[in-house]
Design a protein around this ligand. Sequence first.
Ligand code: FES
Length: 107
Amino acid sequence: MADENQVDLCGVDELTVGDRRRFELSCGPVCLVRVTDGFRAISDVCSHEDFALSEGEVELDECLIECWKHGSMFSLDTGEPMSFPATQPVPVFEVTVQDGRVLVRIP
Ligand code: FES
């Protein structure tokens, strides 16, 4: 059962593998990504400049997302930048799948 810090984002079947979608939540914009083994949620604001990661390409094999603006790659597992120019991580959020729904835990 969802607790008060969990937000129901969408149904599991609304995204196919490789899809990403932006959600406007109380903690700010969040990018939900469907990867091969489930879902990841990451802040939808690049740590380099204010651009949306959800508009970038997803690298499924390594579970990364690329910022479309300057090309930094971010781990969808940790939020850490894997390449320049970004040097700071972006927040990641715990995702739970429950009864066919995708829930994200926000601070
Ligand atoms: S805005 Fe994302 S790498 Fe520059």
